[in-house]
Design a protein around this ligand. Structure first.
Ligand code: BGC
Length: 765
């Protein structure tokens, strides 16, 4: 059954709304002189009708909105105040915009109001690791259904930045390093959200690839390279997901702030991609009135975080003076209203009072995503899957006795399973005191014990490596849970596991080679102990039912279905930048702030924390992640796409069809003795940014096969994935001729080869 569709449509049935009733109501509204409320009138006409009745004040009020945290102080009982709010125009029947963060679930803005829970999906990296758009869709549909039931109508979802740097604090919120995978998965997730009749963003546009200095840094990259990488991910997500809004990023791109960047907003997004929706700013991402308005920004969000409410009075003044034409304001409003009508939010508004939510069904959605995205990185001597006949099992570390780790920041969800641990960031900056290291209440230990009723299962917290090693000696199986916490606003300074966990794992593995390490990380991590342990399962932040999902994979109730959506480096120096750019500026500012006395009663917020601006040159250009490793001849710890199954698969019959509509065909056979998941990946080999050959993922397919079962797979290839973006000609250019393609298990695998005989193509941007 398609759970996503069922969840997505449930509001329609619950509301008991049917078309004739809407039409009848619309006709009545029309009689009252509000014809735009008639659903039978075409959307474009409805927009013009209502726009014609709006006063200048009403138009202005729709293009700037409040920061939720500020409003929550004045409206403490209004549960619909999430990350942001934009008042509607009640006299004309235009609803308020109630905005919630939603990368992994309906986020609670860090408030942790009692009982204000929501289903927490695993990290987006886990969703990406499933290589299954249906998993992404189902997750989006689940979040959308909960959001609607809670009265929200705009979800700040659809994070599609490429994970360019392995230490990015927000890597867990994104979908990996590849434009095709990111675009396909983000598009599916957005469709899932919007199929609930509510709106979603696609964010953060563009190149917000690190958190350190995100409010001040200038991302430097050639336009063509950006088109072939991050922008291509956004473009594919936009085509497939059709988000109602795009959120511009904090940082500058090539000298201009993203939210006043004419090239990004007017030329690429609105002209080249014909985006019909509206551009909203990130919270505190606006720096001007006239420049931003003329560059294509349509709505200022979280206005209290900007230095001025630029789209309030200053915009009104600019219109009065003619420095911003009123037609441009009309365009902003038209874009917002257009999507409101299109998405059905005027005819079928989100409910005013909370509706019941089927958390049990939604928990299963989260569990399925965690299972599908768990990546078996190593499995020497078939340490996994575990047998239920084991007699003595030792579980160590990672607070596995109480729950599973989650990532911090605006995406934080107060999980249905509870929050048994909420700890402050050790030595964290004062302004980020609201961010807590949070565990969801789904205990892996409890789930493991439930599968071993007759066994002795011991838990140690791992604080004492010698004691852990002693307990592990002679056990039938040892499971070490290792964690790496990441959060929005802070990057990692090291990819090593923190708090002595490497030493713990090394000590335990030395005592017992049947040691499995279960990683709960928000991205890549170094593994100096790798050769010593039996197995490694990357469970990411596994979400609301993470404990259960991990146990199901460990015991082989489901296959470990995930494949890495990003490269795990062998050493930090392998990354295109050997350390976080601008870290010195961030540290200097933090020291200065700490020394400064606090100004009592200060009203303006400086979200930059006083960090001085700096440039980040993206030297890898379009060759993000595995493309960089390939072109530099670097061998990572684990390549993009890597992941083992409990079964074995054969690929054969690989053929490629070129021309203007390229495609590939092949057969996959499960040659093992158990059902399993395979993710065949097709890479094209094209010249990289420096002319050396680099691989590009052009197609993938997740398949689940019974033992002995075969499936024939045909996959089309989007020619833009093998094209060069020619900035001079403003077109994608495929030169024509042979293009090698490889059917592989990961980005480093030799695989099977074939050749696409490509036609010369020039495709619109
Ligand atoms: C984040 C966005 C988020 C917004 C509202 C910003 O700091 O970058 O992703 O949607 O806050 O919470």
């Amino acid at each position: 059954m398609d759970m996503g569709t069922r969840t997505g449509r449930s509001w329609l049935r619950r509301g008991g709304v049917c078309l004739w009733a809407l039409l009848a109501a619309g006709a009545a509204q029309a009689q009252e002189g509000r014809p735009w409320l008639d659903p039978a009138v075409p959307t474009a006409q409805r927009v013009e009708l209502v726009l014609g009745r709006m006063t200048l004040d009403e138009k202005i009020s729709l293009v700037h909105g409040n920061f939720g945290s500020v409003l929550r102080k004045t409206r403490p009982d209004d549960k619909r105040i999430g990350a942001g709010h934009v008042p509607g125009v009640p006299r004309l029947g235009i609803p308020d915009l109630y905005e919630s963060d939603a990368s992994l679930g309906v986020a609670n803005g860090g408030t942790m109001r009692p009982g204000d829970v929501a289903t927490a999906l695993p990290a987006s990296l886990a969703t990406a690791a499933s290589f299954d758009p249906a998993i992404a869709y189902e997750g989006g549909a689940m979040i959308g259904a909960e959001a609607r039931a809670k009265g929200f109508n705009v979800l700040l979802a659809g994070g599609a930045n490429l994970t360019r740097d392995p230490w990015n604090g927000r890597d867990f919120e994104y979908l990996g390093e590849d434009p095709w995978l990111t675009g396909v998965m983000a598009g599916a997730a957005i469709r899932g959200v919007q199929d609930n009749g509510i709106m979603s963003t696609l964010k953060h546009f563009a190149l917000n690839a690190q958190e350190s200095g995100r409010y001040v840094l200038d991302a430097q990259i050639a336009q063509g390279a950006l088109r072939e990488s991050d922008l291509l991910a956004f473009q594919i997500a936009l085509e497939r997901g059709q988000p109602d809004s795009v959120m511009c990023a904090y940082n500058k791109v090539n000298g201009d702030w993203s939210c006043e960047n004419d090239w990004l907003l007017n030329q690429v997004l609105k002209r080249d991609w014909s985006f019909p929706g509206w551009v909203m700013s990130d919270w505190g991402g606006v720096h001007s009135t006239v420049k931003a308005a003329l560059a294509g920004l349509d709505q200022e969000s979280g206005q209290e975080l900007d230095q001025e409410v630029y789209f309030g009075e200053p915009l009104q003044t600019a219109i009065g003076k003619g420095t911003v034409p009123e037609a441009r304001l009309d365009d902003m409003v038209r874009r917002i209203l257009g999507r409101l009508f299109h998405r059905g939010l005027v005819d079928r508004p989100a409910p005013d009072s909370p509706q019941p939510i089927d958390y049990a069904a939604h928990g299963l959605v989260a569990r399925r995503a965690a299972e599908a995205g768990a990546v078996l990185l190593r499995n020497e001597g078939r340490v996994l899957p575990l047998s239920t006949a084991l007699k003595r099992v030792v579980v160590i570390g990672g607070h596995a006795d109480v729950g599973v780790l989650s990532g911090g920041g605006s995406s934080q969800v107060q999980a249905v399973s509870g929050s048994p641990l909420r700890m402050p960031i050790p030595n964290g900056p004062a302004n980020l005191g609201f961010i807590k290291i949070t565990y969801h209440g789904s205990s892996p230990l409890a789930a493991i014990k439930a599968r071993l009723p007759g066994a002795q299962v011991t838990f140690l917290d791992g604080a004492d490596p010698a004691a852990a090693a002693a307990a592990a000696t002679g056990a039938d199986a040892v499971l070490v849970f290792a964690t790496q916490w990441r959060t929005e606003a802070i990057d990692l300074e090291s990819l090593a596991l923190p708090e002595g966990q490497d030493a713990l794992i090394a000590a335990v593995a030395a005592a017992n080679p049947r040691t499995t390490v279960v990683l709960e990380t928000g991205g890549a991590v170094l593994m100096p102990w790798l050769g010593k342990v039996g197995a490694v399962l990357e469970a990411w932040y596994p979400g609301d039912q993470g404990g259960e999902a991990i146990a199901r994979v460990l015991f082989g109730e489901v296959d470990a279905g995930g494949r890495l959506p990003l490269t795990f480096p062998a050493r930090e120096e392998q990354a295109p930048r050997p350390q976080v750019p601008g870290l010195a500026n961030v540290k200097a500012a933090a020291a200065e702030q700490a020394a400064k006395p606090r100004t009592p009663g200060a009203t303006t917020v400086d979200i930059t924390g006083g960090v001085k601006g700096f440039d980040v040159p993206y030297v890898e250009g379009a060759d993000v992640g595995y493309r960089w490793y390939g072109r530099q001849g670097l061998k990572p710890l684990f390549p993009f796409g890597h992941g083992l199954s409990y079964s074995r698969f054969r690929h054969d019959g690989f053929t490629a069809q070129g021309g203007a509509r390229p495609s590939v065909r092949f057969t996959v056979t499960n040659t093992g003795d158990r059902p399993g998941v395979d993710v065949p990946q097709v890479y094209a080999v094209v010249p990289g940014a420096d002319g050396r050959p680099a691989r590009r993922l052009v197609a993938f397919q997740r398949v689940e096969l019974a033992p002995g079962q075969s499936v024939a797979v045909t996959l089309p290839i989007d020619p833009r994935l093998i094209a060069r973006y020619d900035s001079g000609a403003a077109a994608w250019a495929v030169s024509g001729g042979p293009v090698p393609v490889v059917l592989a298990r990961d980005a480093g695998d030799t695989g099977l080869t074939a050749t696409l005989a490509m036609s010369a193509l020039s495709l619109k941007p």
